[in-house]
Design a protein around this ligand. Sequence first.
Ligand SMILES: [Fe+2]
Length: 417
Amino acid sequence: MFQFMTSTRIIFGEGALERSLSVLNQFGYSVLLVSGKNLQRSALVIDYLNHQNMRYQHVAIRGEPNITMVEEVALVGRKFKPDMVVAIGGGSVLDMGKALAAVIPNQGDVYDYVEVVGRNVPLKAKPIPFIAIPTTASTGSEVTRNAVLRSGQDRVKVSLRSPEMLADVAIVDPRLTYGTDTQTSARGAMDAFTHLMEAYVCGEPNPLTDMICEEGLRKLSGAIIKGCLEDDPQARSDLSFAAMLGGMAMTNAKLGAAHGLASALGGKLHAPHSIITAQLAPYVMQENIRAATLAGRDDILNRYEKLAQILTGRVNAHRDDGILWVNMMLDKLPLPKLNSFGVCSTSFESVAQDALKSVAIKGNPIPLTIQRLMYILDQVCQCDGECQQGEQLESSSKADIIHQGYRQDEGRLQSSE
Ligand SMILES: [Fe+2]
């Protein structure tokens, strides 16, 4: 038995945004618009809202969202009473929008609803309609049911999760990813890869997620270099598609140790999630293959072999060739190493302990001990004695209420703040 859930409606293709904005009108006339700091990305949506005389409040976020940010913006959002949340941006922006759509109609503290460090109680009220418009090919957040939030007090990343949080509409327009800088593109593509890879080898796959992962991995492996390094339109489109499939796969199968360790490390370091998962991926693959070999788990080893065949395009590829493929991508793409974020200044033992409490690690194809998780961290660190202190890299995650628009019939027009 298995079940499958995804966003209610997906609109995919070049030019999809321009051609489908009228879909917003079916949800009402007031919009909480969430974007990243690059306001150009949301210009098309703002033009549409102005043209339609829709009431909107615009929140621009910088960095990855944390629970305090969600609480602060939700207070503003509750006063504004939006009919819908529209989020246009990368994975962080989409997660922020998704969290706001869930939290605004629900009373109480965000900690009431988050897993691991919170009370994890189900949402009482249904989230308000949520429209997700990704501008990167990365997290697949447009089709996932969770928002990843940093908990500052616990120094971990946790999820606010509910099937009710799936977007009402996902508008995936690969054109929005054109021209994205190489490093952002590479980080996103490798995070999408890790979703597809972990969901494919996880302990609870199903026939539908297998099909999705195989197609996603095929598309991604064929497009990753041309899309990230050459900004090739067809490759960009394939990466957007693969990233969306990654989101579908992880929502309906499980993830694994790379994401488990990333949720623990991500709260302690200010390294982007995508860089952490990308750098962990080959070491986790190696460790899982080792553990499966020792345990005589041919079912897991066969999965890694199939994975290697898809990634390399060679029918005779060996399971270790998959690891070689990932390392080749990490060499070709401009991704920073984890030690540039101060990874050595964290305690591997507490990271491994936190990772074992994560939801993601429960999906790993085979259980890994705390010692083996610490071994992975040691390998990925590859300390050269020059690790920077994480504290010095404290990023400034921030949410700014930057602009409010009003319906003309309310007598106030686009007041800027
Ligand atoms: Fe991820």
